[in-house]
Design a protein around this ligand. Structure first.
Ligand code: GDG
Length: 493
């Protein structure tokens, strides 16, 4: 076990909505099942090395009963892990208000620039506050004396400030995984100021892009009247200074590179291409969400097929769509619209020998995903808005052959670091159609040059690099700076 040898200053407390493990019953015993891959397994590894605690919602839902005492968080050691997992149980009212309501129906659409999809309900806000308080209280018992407390994402925006009031000397960092909107958009949220000052309880706040960090600082100035030094990335509020910066997240690049060059995987790639019998394979991989622009992408592909009959029987578009939030009516209706669009394209263009679109509506293991990444000629990553988008970087990491074209939305955070991709505005159907056409005929020299540059960045700036960078920044002491006296209300108007 490595943890006991770790220095106290290295210890971590991670706080997130979901845990890297889920609980599974086995007879009378409960066992922990690790979720595979992604950021949570990287953070899990970091905790294994450093020791500490991960606090999260267990994911299970208890029935709310009046007057019943809330069960304390379940605390259990992670086997061979050297750290403890503390899991909060939430009841159905809390899950409905905090998770499905305020997080998924208010903050998610608003932060992705869909204000008309956002719903605001004061009762849900109160539940969100109460659940954030629950997290803060539970966290206050596990704050490492000299290590870092790291709060993740928009579900827990109020935790840094709440925790600060309970543990004033804690070193608190936050990372915001989705876009942070400009003040003109955030102020639509009736409790925008509370979100901003909630986050300002942190010593450091990280975002995926420079734009997100700037938007946060603008919101701090306009909505919380904080004193902001944009150049230094510092926000002074009520006598404390919070550092704000972008830390673009990377992927497990070495792992994708390794899987992508595995001879058995390459055999599967050959078999897949043979079975599709196509000259060109276009791929897209998304979680089902309106932010991912799946419907708009299908419409653009349909335009392309209608305008370019010379490509018929030569191209196949594979859309992998991982189900998500299936209990939400809006997501079910989106799914139906996508189903209809796929049906329409198939009905309109298919022949006895040719299927222009293949629609795979379930999750795949990482290895199977790598087979698709490696087999594709073109990957379409065209979200209407995305914090970062890891799929684009995973594709690049898998392409050890140095080939493949990435068509990337201007509105994905990944566009800041993958500038050599074919960048496109996903709202512009003609531009999307042109991007598909261009991607299919891009000369080999151009394809390889773009992939080479993108690979250099993705392979070096991977998720471990990101983790080390963020934690080193979080460990730096923030110099105290007196905040400017708030302007009077009259002056603000
Ligand atoms: C949020 C933000 C931000 C996909 N299909 C399968 C599968 N995946 C994995 C991918 C990738 C992950 O899921 C998706 O990550 P994204 O970044 O694309 O999107 P979100 O889920 O919306 O994530 C986003 C991210 O947080 C991190 O901060 O980049 O902007 O919205 O890793 O590989 N994994 C498996 N089977 C699948 O079928 N195993």
């Amino acid at each position: 076990m490595i943890a006991p040898r770790a220095r106290a200053a290295d210890r971590l407390l991670i706080i997130s909505n979901r845990a890297p493990y889920s609980l599974r019953r086995r007879g009378h015993a409960t066992e922990l099942v690790r979720s595979i891959g992604g950021l949570s397994s990287t953070l899990d590894d970091a905790l294994r090395k450093r020791g500490g605690v991960w606090l999260a919602w267990s994911g299970s839902v208890a029935r709310a009963r009046r007057g019943r005492r809330r069960p304390p968080p379940r605390s259990m050691p992670v086997r061979d892990g050297g750290y403890r997992l503390r899991l909060l149980t939430l009841n159905d009212e809390q899950v409905a208000g905090y998770y499905h309501g305020l997080s998924n129906r208010s903050l998610w659409p608003l932060c992705h620039y869909f204000p008309t999809r956002a719903e605001f309900d004061e009762r849900e806000w109160k539940v969100y506050e109460a659940v954030n308080r629950l997290f803060a209280h539970a966290a206050s018992k596990s704050v490492p004396a000299r290590g870092i407390t790291w709060v993740h994402d928009f579900h827990l925006a109020l935790v840094p400030r709440m925790l600060r009031s309970l543990r004033p000397s804690a070193r608190i960092a936050a990372f915001w995984h989705i876009p942070f909107p400009a003040p003109a958009v955030l102020r639509i949220f009736p409790w925008a100021r509370e979100v901003v000052i909630g986050l300002l309880g942190s010593d450091l706040i990280g975002f995926h892009t420079g734009d997100d960090a700037t938007h946060f600082m603008e919101c701090a100035r306009h909505l919380a009247d904080a004193d902001v030094a944009f150049g230094r990335g510092e926000v002074a509020y009520h006598g404390r200074v919070t550092r704000v910066s972008s830390f673009p997240l990377g992927v497990e690049a070495k792992e994708f590179d390794r899987i992508g060059s595995d001879p058995e995987v390459l055999d599967e790639v050959r078999r897949l291409r043979l079975s599709l019998r196509m000259e060109r394979l276009i791929l897209a991989v998304d979680r089902l969400d309106y932010t991912k622009g799946i419907l708009q992408r299908l419409q653009a592909y349909e335009r392309f097929l209608a305008a370019r009959p010379e490509w018929h029987r030569r191209v196949c578009f594979v859309q992998i769509q991982v189900p998500s939030r299936e209990s939400v009516p809006e997501y079910r209706s989106l799914r139906e619209q996508i189903d209809r669009a796929v049906g329409r394209i198939s009905g309109r263009f298919s022949t006895a020998e040719w299927t222009p679109v293949r629609y795979l509506c379930h999750g795949f293991g990482r290895r199977d995903l790598a087979v698709f990444y490696r087999a594709a000629d073109v990957l379409l990553v065209t979200p209407l808005r995305d914090g970062m988008n890891l799929v684009a970087q995973e594709f690049v990491a898998t392409r050890g052959d140095g080939d493949g074209v990435l068509v990337l939305s201007l509105f994905a955070g990944a566009a800041e670091r993958l500038r050599e991709a074919l960048l496109v505005n996903p709202y512009d159907q003609s531009a999307m159609q042109r991007a598909i056409e261009r991607a299919l005929v891009l000369p080999t020299v151009e394809r390889r040059a773009a992939m080479r540059t993108m690979r250099r960045r993705v392979m070096t700036e991977d998720v471990d690099w990101w983790l080390g960078w963020f934690l080193a920044a979080a460990a730096v002491e923030t110099s105290p700076r007196r905040a400017r006296r708030p302007r009077s209300r009259a002056a603000r108007r």
